[in-house]
Design a protein around this ligand. Sequence first.
Ligand code: EPU
Length: 339
Amino acid sequence: MKIDKNISIKPYNTFGIDCLASYFCELSSLTDLQELIASDLFKKEKHLILGRGSNVLFTKDFEGIVIHNSIKGIVIDAEEEDYIHLRVNSGELWHDLVMYCVRHQWGGVENLSLIPGTVGAAPIQNIGAYGVEVKDVIEKVEVIDLHNGHTRVLSKEECKFGYRESVFKHEREKNFFISSVTLTLTKKNHRFTTSYGALNSTLNQMNHGVQTLQAISEAVIKIRTEKLPDHQAMGNAGSFFKNPEISESLFQKIKEQYPSIPFYPAANQQVKVPAGWLIEQCGWKGKRIGDAGVHAHQALVLINYGHASGEEIFSLSKKISVSVKEKFSITLTPEVNIF
Ligand code: EPU
């Protein structure tokens, strides 16, 4: 295991922000991790675990150790007639795993095609798209407690999954290094989820509505490619904010003025409204301040057009939040982790 000093983390965050990490460590095995935990440097410095950096915004240099997780490997944990249980090491790329499952005809993750990031990052924010969340297929998550190097296995219930939420975002569990994720996937009698409007219409267009794992994956890839910018061409971290959940009374008040507002039912009699729609109504879609901008096809995605600093992106996000608050009395919460 090698630790480098004063490394630019531009290649390790999809916003393409050029910041420095005081120390940078690449992990390719759990032995590397145990060696790091035992080191004096680790005891002295704060740390940040990065997968592919697809959900972070750096607003300043990171004074500590950035740990880059490249621990790969997929094994079959168990197999039954109808299901396969797949244990996947956390440094695998999520989309590569989805493609591997689709190729083997294992169902459950096809709606989550083309989501950037690693397998280890997926449970932290309970990644979701087109009616499916990763919690729907997670059986258990294995972690290493960075305080003492001990291994623990958390059941799906112990992960406390919610909308872009899990126990791994809480203070104590932030110190867990996710080492592997075990998924339960269908081998036959797949449960297709295709009711999401855009997915349904794209499937009809592309495959006359025929539902296979391959067809759903291809349709999702088509929608995402059209709507969401490729971070290699334009730095971004996907949705910048979460979709807010508001009270029924506030929703009704907004609906009187904007009868076409899209919405979804949420827990506790709340209503979920798309942040992208709110941001567009405030006139931000396609706007640009210097090299920081709002994507022209999806207002929920903030863009680094080249040389924006993390501060500039963050400042744009604050301006957007203020105008949404003023117009709709709704507070937006970032989905992206800001450092
Ligand atoms: N909308 C607008 N203007 C916009 C963007 C969206 O009016 O600029 C409207 C759309 O017309 C649609 C609604 O808002 O009626 C929802 O839009 P979309 O289907 O694009 O999804 P989203 O709610 O903006 C969420 C996830 C995405 C996920 C898609 C598809 C969050 C924060 N985002 O976006 O996840 O891919 O649904 O399921 O929940 C991510 O988390 O990084 C991400 C990309």
